[in-house]
Design a protein around this ligand. Structure first.
Ligand SMILES: Cc1ncc(COP(=O)(O)O)c(C=O)c1O
Length: 379
């Protein structure tokens, strides 16, 4: 049964449950075949209404803050893994409550907090985040291994042996990467930290594994993990975020106005790039819009712009065979990851609703937003 999209709330982030389950199945396959445990990185995908499905397939979640840790603990009912750049001293006991594994970003953070961590009745497993100083990631703001990076400890600053109380190592060096990139990162990790890997019980390979992308080489990933586990006798964790929500849904929007200046037609939408699709401007990339073609060949070419005051809240070059008109529905593809975890209410623009197209063909509204959400964040 197909749903009439014009009848759904608009704007709305719509998760396609069937596609989400397909991603979960692929991740579970990798988990089972490799022996690694896969955690959902909540920074990329934190739609907790999907946790009842997710927990059937994945091992849990990884958190970059106390709030994400708590979300996993309370809504998935599992201890999460945390990898935060900083743990505040007054929060560390709560981190211990919500997490089974804690990764420290520096020796100084570990030294400052190890007393509290080791004294706690609950025994959490602790790791240090290492920086292999190698990454294939070209986009500067997404490269955690760029020279001078604050993320992770370089080999030069690591002690000769793992400090007492540290049983794991964690690295994160990928972004939208295939497994051949992981292979090269592993070579760097082994060359620089091999002696410490032999002392570790567990290693977290971070995120950036684009496992659910069609051309992803899962066989190589599985082989790399198996070999690594065998060589170092360690438990391996992966914590992808983007791969969880990859191509599992869209942002439903509409045309509110069409303006023209210097022969350029701009569609004013009821959604904004800066508020609701921030990676389009930050990465930057041009999102796929259903029915739109390459602008050069199209009869009608539009710039799409948001309703905010930010001059740069637009993307050019969306082509259509038929002219768009006010009220038309727009569908921005693949908008489930790194969208509503990053959105803002800048300009007081309302937040799109969130819903699920269920596998039975029915639409389920999960959340809508309003003035109180905006007001609640201000003082
Ligand atoms: C430490 C860490 N783990 C996991 C992830 C998730 O990465 P991705 O969503 O690219 O898979 C990130 C992303 O920034 C990260 O910094």
């Amino acid at each position: 049964m197909s749903v009439d999209l014009t009848k759904l709330p608009n704007p709305c982030y719509v998760l396609d449950e069937v596609k989400f389950i397909q991603n979960m199945e692929k991740l579970k396959y990798v988990q089972d075949a490799s022996g690694a445990k896969i955690l959902c990185a909540l920074k990329g995908f934190a739609m907790w209404s999907t946790f009842p499905i997710m927990k059937k397939y994945l091992s849990g979640c990884t958190a970059s803050s106390l709030f994400e840790s708590r979300l996993c603990f309370e809504e998935m009912g599992r201890d999460s893994h945390a990898c935060a750049v900083i743990y505040q001293e007054n929060e560390i006991n709560d981190y211990i409550k919500y997490n089974s594994h804690l990764t420290f970003n520096s020796i100084s953070q570990w030294d400052a907090l190890k007393g509290k961590v080791l004294k706690n009745k609950k025994k959490v497993k602790c790791a240090l985040r290492i920086n292999p100083e190698y990454s294939d990631v070209d986009t500067a703001i997404y490269n955690p291994c760029a020279p001078g990076s604050r993320l992770g400890i370089t080999a030069e600053h690591m002690p000769k042996h793992l400090p007492k109380g540290i049983t794991g190592l964690h690295f994160h060096a990928l972004c939208e990467s295939n497994s051949d990139s992981l292979e090269r990162v592993l070579e760097a990790v082994e060359a620089k930290f091999g002696h410490l890997l032999h002392e570790a019980d567990w290693v977290n390979f971070g995120g950036g594994h684009h496992i659910t992308r069609e051309d992803y080489d899962t066989d190589l990933l599985i082989e790399l993990i198996r070999n690594f586990k065998e060589n170092y006798k360690v438990e391996v964790f992966l914590e992808p975020g983007e791969a969880i929500g990859w191509k599992t849904g869209f942002l439903l929007a509409k045309v509110d106005d069409i303006v023209e200046a210097n022969k350029e037609k701009t569609v004013i939408m009821n959604v904004s790039f800066t508020c609701h699709m921030p990676d389009c401007l930050e990465m930057p990339y041009k999102p796929a819009v259903r029915g739109a073609s390459i602008a050069k060949k199209a009869k009608h070419v539009y710039t799409f712009g948001g309703p905010t005051c930010l001059s740069g809240d637009f993307i050019k070059g969306f082509g259509f065979d038929n002219a768009l008109k006010v009220g038309d529905t727009l569908i921005f593809e693949d908008m489930m990851h790194y969208t509503f975890v990053k959105t803002t209410m800048f300009n007081g623009v309302n937040h799109p609703a969130i819903g699920i197209l269920k596998s039975n063909g029915k639409f389920k509204s999960v959340r809508s937003f309003g003035y109180e959400d905006y007001k609640g964040r201000m003082s």
